[in-house]
Write a protein that binds this ligand. Structure first.
Ligand SMILES: [Zn+2]
Length: 509
């Protein structure tokens, strides 16, 4: 008989065994094994919960050891496991198998969520031998969450653990009777998931021609995109359409992200994530950080499998922009702690937006002398130069598409476009690129991208003007997306020429 719980070390769940000893000494209660203050406080919660449940707390010196004792543990989810081990140790209930218990005890004996059910599933799949001999004891909310996660995994064809049973306990006083009778829920009778996408896009989108083109190319190729323009140019609306047209996340990515969400105590969701980040964001907020020894995922990991909207991107602090270099390049990044380096994944599409000057009034195709700027902008030439200079450098190079929208009164005003029509075009082009490349064009590996260069002297001449190998590969990738939108597998010269117009810094720098 074993009572287990688990703790999360970096991103990996680890088994924790609750050991019990009682001596005939002055009554007392001590918890060993590097417990954090909230685990120390469990002593008071457990004693009060025993009293409220009319259960006898042993009149001995009780020692609880959380093994392995050399690693620091935190969280309040171990209360139920400790209470269960005391009950079984004192003979109040009989356990004949291994049990994982998870839940926080209230002073009145009610069981509250202990959380991290996704990590519990990971633990059972990867670290616990013979999970089918294991019984889970969970509070009502954790029980519902566990079944919801299992149901989602089943629906998405992922492997599920097969525990001997899952017991739902509402109050500590029910524990002895429930464990003895084992009225457990079998995992085969799981409720079906009610997960549905809640996105209900409008029927018509007011889109300017460039806005529509960029939206389609970026959605087909999953290209990182930067939308620039004055106030009222439709940047915010574009972000909303990007969200509405987001593809469903890959199965594995959705599950990995659910585990990242648990590190932030967020309820795991499986829709394509759309995370929005404000302009004063710090690198720790993007990459994640360590709190009391445990990892708290950042916005990049929480956007894994979906999109990250970077509002007012030119105004981001330089170090926050710079820290995106590795994640945008390799879809994963490392965070260092005293114990070593942790790898987190972030397969995301970055959609940035921003103005062309600090006041946001500067229209496209401006000239820096004040007469040509018009009445909309109050900024000085030096302020505009400084503002636009923030966009230069390696981070801009890692963004595929740079689109500059015209403001109100532009020669090509927005016209209403059918959402269904755009969605259909994108869906068809996505299935074409999936068939040809096996991935969105922005994710074609460098060793395979060169084969898609059009065999013409024009193409060779366009590509010879590129500043770096990365720039060259990005042009070919964008051309692949444009070709797919036109229903062609192979890009041609016009696609490459169009791709080049979306990567020209001379338009704004
Ligand atoms: Zn201005």
């Amino acid at each position: 008989m074993q009572v287990l719980s688990f703790f999360i070390r970096d991103l990996t769940p680890e088994v924790l065994t609750v050991e019990y000893s009682a001596r005939f000494q002055i009554p007392g209660f001590q918890i060993l094994g590097l417990p954090a203050p909230e685990i120390q406080e469990a002593r008071e919660r457990i004693i009060s919960a025993f009293q409220a449940s009319e259960l006898d707390f042993p009149k001995k010196r009780v020692l609880i050891n959380l093994a392995p004792a050399s690693i620091r543990k935190s969280g309040t989810g171990h209360d139920l496991a400790i209470a269960l081990r005391i009950l079984s140790g004192s003979g109040a209930l009989l356990l004949d198998s291994r049990v994982i218990a998870r839940g926080e005890l209230g002073l009145d004996g009610l069981i509250k969520p202990g959380g991290k059910m996704g990590h519990l599933i990971e633990l059972m799949l990867k670290s616990i031998p013979d999970p089918e001999q294991l019984t889970l004891i969970l509070g009502p909310e954790d029980h519902a969450e566990f079944l919801r996660l299992l149901s989602w995994r089943e629906k998405n064809g992922l492997l599920n653990p097969k525990p001997a049973g899952v017991l739902r306990i509402e109050h500590l006083r029910d524990l002895p009777a429930s464990v003895s009778s084992r009225s457990s829920t079998q995992c085969s009778s799981l409720p079906k998931s009610s997960h549905q996408s809640s996105m209900s896009p409008p029927f018509l989108l007011p889109l300017a021609p460039l806005q529509e083109r960029i939206l389609k190319i970026a959605c087909v190729g999953r290209h990182h995109t930067l939308l620039l323009g004055p106030k009222g140019a439709g940047k915010s609306a574009s972000l909303a359409w990007f969200g509405a047209l987001a593809p469903s996340p890959p199965k594995g990515a959705a599950w990995e992200r659910a585990l990242y969400q648990e590190t932030r105590n967020e309820h795991p969701g499986f829709d394509a994530p759309l995370r929005q980040v404000h302009s004063q964001v710090r690198p720790a907020h993007l990459l994640g950080s360590f709190h009391s020894g445990s990892f708290r995922a950042g916005e990049l990991s929480l956007a894994h499998g979906g999109m990250l909207f970077a509002d007012e991107f030119p105004e981001w602090p330089r170090d926050s922009k710079e820290c995106l270099r590795e994640p945008l390049q390799s879809e994963c990044f490392s965070v260092s702690s005293v114990r070593g380096t942790l790898q987190a994944k972030c397969d995301l599409q970055l959609i940035g937006s921003g103005n062309l000057c600090p006041c946001g009034g500067l229209p496209h195709r401006f000239r820096l002398d004040a007469v040509q700027r018009g009445p909309g902008c109050r900024c000085s030439e030096a302020e505009i130069r400084k503002y636009l200079h923030r966009l230069s450098g390696p981070i801009l190079d890692r963004i595929d598409l740079w689109a500059i929208f015209s403001g109100p009164g532009s020669p090509s005003p927005p016209k209403n476009t059918s959402f269904e029509q755009i969605e259909n075009e994108i869906r068809q082009a996505r299935s074409l690129v999936e068939h040809v490349h096996g991935a969105p064009p922005s994710r074609i590996p460098p060793e395979r991208i060169e084969r898609w260069i059009p065999k013409s002297s024009r193409a060779i001449s366009i590509l010879s003007e590129t500043g770096s190998l990365r720039d060259r590969h990005k042009l070919i990738r964008i051309a692949c997306s444009i070709a797919a939108l036109e229903g062609r597998e192979t890009p041609g010269d016009p696609d490459l020429l169009e791709a080049r117009t979306y990567r020209r810094t001379d338009a704004f720098l």
